[in-house]
Unconditional design. Structure first.
Length: 151
């Protein structure tokens, strides 16, 4: 989604724009901070999570994770961001649910890692982005934005 589509009008509160941007930053950090630290021999939380989610695939697990799960996460991010801009209360609820599930998944992946503290250290900024996104979605301006929406 081009940045020009993030602003759907002058009446969209900054908190909603911040939450939509936070969704994209979470996805970008999942790719960059959750997978790329492996290049420096750190066990990154994203690879541990994707490996656990695709463990049933056997030898095809790494390809399945990169070719199916990662693009699916990108599509979910795009859909949630777009629906939040359209004042969808359901998208706000889904964003809360996905943030909770992904945070728990990252924490469990850190515990399952051979070096849990290093893996958790790669996930801490991601937790901060999730908190910022959810807090922005439940701020007073965002509540007014979603509360004024027609069903």
């Amino acid at each position: 989604m081009p940045p020009s589509e993030l602003d759907t009008g002058p009446d969209q509160p900054r908190a909603v724009r911040t939450a939509r941007l936070g969704l994209w930053l979470q996805f970008a950090y999942f790719v960059c901070g959750g997978m790329l630290p492996v290049l420096f021999l750190f066990p990154a939380f994203g690879l541990v999570m994707l490996g656990a989610a695709s463990a049933w695939a056997g030898d095809a697990a790494p390809m399945l994770a990169l070719l199916v799960l990662l693009p699916a996460l990108g599509v979910a991010t795009a859909l949630l961001s777009r629906r939040l801009g359209e004042r969808s209360e359901r998208a706000r609820t889904c964003t809360d649910g996905f943030a909770l599930v992904l945070a728990v998944g990252a924490a469990l992946a850190s515990l399952a890692s051979p070096v849990p503290f290093l893996t958790l250290a790669t996930a801490v900024p991601w937790f901060g982005l999730q908190i910022m996104t959810v807090a922005s979605l439940h701020s007073a301006p965002a509540n007014r934005w979603f509360g004024d929406a027609e069903p």
